[in-house]
Design a binder for this molecule. Sequence first.
Ligand code: NIG
Ligand code: FE
Length: 387
Amino acid sequence: MSSLLLTGIGSLVTNDPARGDLLGELHDAALVIDGSTIGWVGQRRDAPVADAALDLGGRAVIPGFVDSHSHLVFAGDRAEEFAARMTGTPYSAGGIRTTVAATRAATDEQLTANVSRLVTEMRRQGTTTVEIKSGYGLTVGDEARALEIASHFTDETTYLGAHVVPTEYADDPAGYVSLVTGPMLDVAAGHAKWIDVFVERGAFDEDQARMILEAGLARGLQARVHANQLGEGPGVQLACSIGAAAADHCTYLTDADIDALASSGVVAGLLPAIEFSTRSPYPDARRLLDAGVTVALATDCNPGSGYSSSMPFCIALAVREMHMTPAEALWSATAGGAASLRRPDIGHLTPGAQADLTILNAPTHLHLSYRPAVPLISQTFISGRPV
Ligand code: NIG
Ligand code: FE
């Protein structure tokens, strides 16, 4: 096992709560990568000797982004739907069925190549962990292959058989719920860590969603929920009552929803690239943060509601449009994502953590929102290896 000393770090974001401020930021710092983990963190003058050294000349180092919500296993795109939206056609979940048809018709190789392309895009933008959902197959075989393909790229795989009721079950939604909680779950359980449900008018109601999530929990999956995206509804409260890790979207919340998130510790996943691409109001991040809710930022990269793979873009939106401070946005895109995925080993740069980090072509993390849309990622390491 060899060690690498990164020195001359202008600003080092550790996310170590023991260091005081939210980001545990150090200036003129150094860090040692020991194999796949962080070996040492501190001031440059105190740095230990390592097998190799790299002087970063004052550049910033941050934990790699943890993108806790994406839908990457699909074929085709919906660029025309986006164009129509920009001239006034509102987003509706019905477009999901267009992608389902394209995905079913694609070969395994085509789907794998598409995931690979998007994961490469993400890594180039500093993402070191990504959660990937199924949900564009919606048959036993197509959901199983989506999860199988996703599992080649991440351990954070999510079974989303309950994305929408597919066309062939339009007259029998109860029959589809039986499939999702029965034979489809049987095959998904072998490939997935998580189970998710799109709780929304036009997708699944509270009773259906509870049945589906409880069936998944009984099979050892952990729960996360698409909640309160298109209007107020039962998703957030359901996530809190069943002990889900995360309620994602949280675009339309009541005071009671915010209280439930704060008291349950369920992470609120905010996905501002979706509001950008659907021209919807942004979630009220300040209200959530001020109530003490843990917030994660994620891309929700998908071909319909928002096709950005960029965590820096989400950070810039969170700061400009959602009134998060740059420090809060970066924390939510790293440690917040790790909390959402229940991963204590990532999202921070402290000794023993997985060595997932990003070097910026900038002196501080502030440049992520100060210089939006500029490619500031210089180098990313995953488990101590440059990618
Ligand atoms: O998270 N809301 C449900 N699912 C996706 C959208 C999927 C699609 O439109 O294809 C989302 O926004
Ligand atoms: Fe989603």
